[in-house]
Ligand binder design. Structure first.
Ligand code: FNR
Length: 191
């Protein structure tokens, strides 16, 4: 069976380079034997985590929905922007809310036994490379196995063709390799 992989970017903005990269990953995952679900975090707005909110009303509706979506997928593919050398508050906040218990679902259940691929894009030369080890560490802390391969797409303003593919052949190949490894690893572990 084709492993199910949830794909999203750590940016909400319409023209986000990381959303482009995430959509491309979803397309490549589908082409390479997986089953990708792309989610736009703009469609899952939630307040900044606040323990009083959680104690009062539990998880916000969108956090609860997303947590259940995580449960329906075996893999994660995340495209993260870099803000001041770190991941975005949107990405951290989303990961944090989803890491909280919700009814029958335990705190870290959505993350345990998951395999993730992480990539990033930035208009700068390094492509947001500094954020990736931090995202790797965060995901590892909550039980996600992160693939060693990663890709940072620099000069993002001119890195994509109009059809959403990557202009640089080497980078396109590297992205395919990452998607292939994610699909293969998940297919193997589900046997
Ligand atoms: C940035 N940007 C940025 N870029 C980078 O390569 N390294 C960095 O440390 C930062 N820092 C940073 C801080 C803040 C607060 C903002 C708003 C932006 C630029 C960033 O890469 C650019 O806005 C990207 O376009 C964001 O990703 P999306 O939204 O295109 O996916």
């Amino acid at each position: 069976t084709r492993p199910r992989i949830l794909v999203f970017a750590g940016s909400a903005r319409e023209d986000s380079f990381n959303k482009r990269l995430a959509r491309l990953m979803a397309q490549r995952i589908d082409a390479l034997g997986g089953q990708a679900t792309f989610v736009d975090l703009r469609d899952f707005p939630m307040p900044i985590y606040d323990g009083d909110l959680e104690a009062g009303e539990g998880l916000p509706e969108h956090a609860s929905r997303l947590k259940r979506m995580f449960m329906e997928h075996q893999g994660l593919a995340i495209a993260s922007p870099e803000y001041n050398g770190f991941i975005t508050p949107l990405l951290k906040n989303t990961i944090d809310w989803v890491s909280r218990p919700d009814g029958d679902l335990g705190a870290l259940e959505p993350y345990q036994h998951k395999v993730a691929a992480i990539v990033g894009a930035s208009p700068g030369g390094l492509g947001g490379l500094r954020a990736l080890p931090l995202l790797r560490q965060l995901l590892s802390n909550i039980g996600v196995t992160v693939l060693p391969d990663q890709l940072a797409v620099g000069g993002a303003g001119s890195a994509f063709h109009e059809d959403g593919s990557l202009a640089d052949e080497g980078k396109a190949k590297a992205l395919d390799n990452i998607c292939q490894r994610l699909v293969t690893t998940l297919a193997r572990s589900s046997q």
